[in-house]
Design a protein around this ligand. Structure first.
Ligand SMILES: Nc1ncnc2c1ncn2[C@@H]1O[C@H](COP(=O)(O)OP(=O)(O)O)[C@@H](O)[C@H]1O
Ligand SMILES: [Mg+2]
Length: 551
């Protein structure tokens, strides 16, 4: 909207546009970002509180998950939206540590405010923060420990740390076991983990402890015909991405019927073709069929007669996972189906779960996709369990991929504060001030953990600092007893990436906000109307014009 032509500034702004410059713009941005941080900070840690979010349709979400809170909040200010992006990036990269990232970003900006007051230039602050962030990553790598992909005990600690204080905690040890076993099952040969290969089916009406891991898949479908077997042992599974019917258009185009005889022979012909489809499937040796498209009534009948269990209109994503779980190949042409296209499973069975029938594909050998059937009393409970489970799956996956873990409970942040202050003095100059501010900002994490647990934050910080000064790098906060303890012994363990990512994304966004000294917001009245349902699907970013009324 603004430009420079031969030294002549050109500015074309819509009438009603708002422009804020210099200190004013900076202050407003920082305030907006801090507001977002303070909205989520009370949820941090095992004793953090939950938020109840009500959207414009009156739908309620109760959660403790930073990324979810920010996603559901109707945030407008551009700088505040950048904070939402921090949470989103963190969530995409590691799936945990979102609140930490946002709290850190808010604290970095708060410290920057003090430096701006002292007339330290924002560029200098940003460069000091950048240096500190890089150094922080080196320090964290130095205090991280190795973990092996088969270290179940350690992986369980990681899963437990990520769901402590979340609604998902009610899932207890069972949920943690499920999560660890599920991820362990789907590790790729190259050591990478894609948790997309774990499908989570949510069903209300039972306790979280009744959740189960299926060594294969559970599909939210029922068999298409009541005469089909409910249970097939030694299942040979055909995965078909084609309609098991005669293409209607083809028929319409070619057939012109003029006599009853013709009609009969046409119907006979149609029946023969449909029967042939089933014969081909049967000839391949299949006794179970998952079809991504529809299945004609007659085909259903013949499949039932042939003793084949079939389900139709399976989701594409489920078909892909079925393929990974059973080793079968998805075929698009029934004529081509052969024995070696078929997947296998020890047993395929339709069972009633809650009010619905579901098909279990179990006892797969070495499945590369698995399912978790997640149970909970109510929708709200299962949804929060699902969010917690998702975080747990992610952190287990990240730990297996990176093979590096670090103690939590505020211990890495206290260690960083200590070591970065030492580092600052070696840098000197004005950047030293920024690095020191960065070091102070790190302590926002243990301080907030203490505050949220109703502990005296000053006492706790003092005790933590002194433990770290005397060399115990993994001393953190036992939030239940208000004591400083070794976090390795307490079993509070996180993947290294959760920490490094939260610090780097917090730094990046704080720096981005710091470098802005001009906010040009186009007129709000020119904005397109909100879509019906509004914020629900907003995802925080996009859609809304930048408004300036956050504060
Ligand atoms: N049992 C525990 N004792 C002390 N701190 C813990 C414990 N479990 C988790 N934490 C700490 O809580 C913080 C994470 O809190 P959480 O609410 O999950 O926020 P985030 O969205 O940043 O993951 C981390 O610093 C983690 O080390
Ligand atoms: Mg967490």
């Amino acid at each position: 909207m603004g430009g420079q032509l031969g030294g002549t500034p050109i500015l074309v702004l819509r009438e009603g546009s708002e422009r804020t410059k210099g200190k004013e713009a900076q202050n407003r941005n920082i305030l907006a970002a801090k507001t977002v941080a303070s909205a989520v900070r009370t949820t941090l840690g095992p004793k953090g509180m939950d938020k109840m979010l009500v959207d414009s349709m009156g739908d309620v979400v109760i959660t403790n998950d930073g990324a979810t809170i920010l996603k559901e909040m109707d945030i407008e200010h551009p700088a505040a939206k950048m904070m939402v992006e921090v949470a989103k990036t963190q969530d995409d990269e590691v799936g945990d540590g979102t609140t930490t990232a946002v709290v850190l970003a808010g604290e970095l900006l708060k410290k920057a405010e003090d430096l701006l007051e002292q007339d330290v230039h924002p560029t200098l602050i940003a460069s000091g923060y950048g240096m500190a962030s890089e150094k922080a990553s080196v320090i964290l790598n130095g205090i991280a420990a190795d973990v092996k992909a088969d270290d179940i005990v350690m992986l369980k600690k990681i899963a437990k740390t990520s769901i402590t204080g979340k609604g998902a905690e009610i899932g207890g040890e069972n949920l943690i076991d499920l999560a660890v076993n599920a991820v362990s099952a789907i590790v790729d040969e190259d050591g990478s983990v894609d948790i997309e290969n774990i499908s989570v089916e949510k069903k209300t009406g039972a306790n979280a402890e009744e959740s189960q891991l299926i060594s294969g898949m559970v599909i939210d479908k029922e068999r298409v015909h009541p005469n089909m077997p409910k249970k097939v042992e030694g299942a040979k599974i055909a995965l078909i991405n084609a309609a098991l019917e005669i293409e209607k258009t083809e028929v319409d185009a070619k057939i012109e019927i003029t006599s009853p005889d013709q009609l009969k022979s046409f119907l006979d012909e149609e029946e023969r073709m449909l029967k042939e489809i089933v014969e081909k499937i049967s000839a391949s040796g299949a006794n179970v069929v998952f079809c991504q498209k529809g299945i004609d009534d007659l085909v259903q009948h013949y499949l039932a007669k042939a003793g084949i269990l079939a389900a139709r209109r399976a989701k594409k994503s489920d078909m892909e996972k079925l393929s990974r779980a059973t080793g079968g190949r998805i075929v698009t042409n029934v004529d081509e189906i052969e024995d070696n296209d078929l997947g296998s499973a020890g047993v395929v069975e339709e069972r009633k779960i809650g009010d619905d029938q579901m098909i279990f594909v179990e006892e797969c050998k070495n499945p590369k996709a698995v399912s978790i059937l997640l149970r909970g009393g109510t929708e709200h409970v299962v949804d929060e369990l699902d969010r917690g489970l998702h975080d747990a799956l992610r952190v287990i996956g990240v730990a297996i991929e990176d093979k590096k873990v670090i103690a939590g409970g505020g211990s890495p942040e206290v260690e960083l504060a200590l070591r970065l202050r030492e580092f600052a003095s070696t840098v000197g100059g004005r950047e030293q001030l920024a690095i020191e501010a960065f070091a102070d900002a790190m302590e926002a994490i243990p301080r907030t953990l203490a505050e949220n647990a109703g502990l005296d934050p000053i006492d706790m910080i003092v005790a933590l600092r002194s433990a770290h000064e005397s060399g115990s790098k993994t001393s953190g906060l036992n939030v239940y007893e208000g004591k400083v303890v070794d976090m390795n012994e307490a079993g509070v363990i996180e993947p290294l990436r959760v920490k490094t990512q939260s610090i780097s994304s917090a730094t990046e966004s704080a720096n981005m906000i710091l470098r802005i000294d001009d906010v040009i917001a186009s007129s709000r009245s020119a904005a397109p109307p909100m879509p019906p349902g509004g914020m629900g699907g907003m995802g925080g970013m996009g859609g809304m014009p930048p408004g300036m009324d956050f504060d």
